[in-house]
Design a protein around this ligand. Structure first.
Ligand code: HEM
Length: 198
């Protein structure tokens, strides 16, 4: 009998990852359209890479995808915590291991020998994007219902503060996606594991 290959990513994780990726892309492109309506940082995002056609359309896309991201994200975090996967996959963190992994990455020699384990660069990048996504949802809540969330609003520096936090958390997420895609392109078999699980 043929030996079954080890499972790298369980089915629930793969489904959530791809649902999340789709939601984030819709959120980002519709968000750029919403930003263009005020362009409060003094520049506009090229219309061709935005979604929604007009402000009202973009807001509808943004809200629909926001629910997908929030529910899917809560399920992802909940399952990762409940199954102990979060602790097991993303911890412990070590500054020394991070330095040596960054050095190896810059030389193009970062080890991916064992796909069951994330190296320190992967761990930090994925933990960072989890925290950044929570910040995006919380600052988005303030922009949507600023009167109903006064404490959160004040913690984020008021409505205008939340607007800046939301924009820069989006920019950080965009930077993560760029690095993420480069890393996946450098080790394409990780994509296969995220699609097929094994
Ligand atoms: C559409 C483009 C995307 C592709 C092709 C892609 C691909 C992948 C692949 C292949 C992995 C496994 C990589 C590894 O073994 O290190 C992975 C993991 C991960 N990706 Fe993506 N990804 C995409 C978008 C995103 C987005 C938009 C986010 C977050 C907003 C994201 C967050 C993550 C996280 C957190 C993990 C670790 C998952 C875990 O093990 O719990 N990805 N991605």
């Amino acid at each position: 009998m043929k030996a079954k290959k080890a499972l790298i990513h369980p089915g629930w994780l793969r489904i959530m990852h791809w649902v999340n990726a789709l939601a984030v892309i819709v959120l980002m492109m519709s968000g750029w359209r919403i930003y263009n309506a005020t362009a409060f940082l003094g520049f506009a995002i090229p219309k061709d890479i935005t979604l929604g056609g007009w402000l009202g359309g973009a807001i509808m896309w943004h809200f629909a995808a926001m629910w997908v991201l929030a529910i899917n994200g809560l399920l992802y975090l909940g399952l990762n915590l409940a199954t102990g996967r979060l602790r097991h996959k993303f911890f412990p963190l070590s500054a020394r291991a991070l330095l040596s992994d960054v050095r190896a990455a810059l030389k193009g020699q970062l080890a991916h020998a064992d796909p069951q384990h994330y190296n320190m660069v992967q761990r930090l990048a994925y933990l960072f994007v989890m925290v950044d996504s929570v910040l995006l949802v919380l600052s988005g809540l303030v922009l949507w219902k600023s009167v109903q969330f006064p404490l959160l609003r004040e913690l984020l520096g008021g409505y205008e503060g939340a607007r800046l936090v939301h924009f820069f958390a989006m920019a950080a997420l965009a930077a993560f996606i760029l690095v993420h895609l480069v890393m996946v392109a450098l080790v394409p078999r990780t994509l296969l594991y995220m699609v097929r699980g094994r």
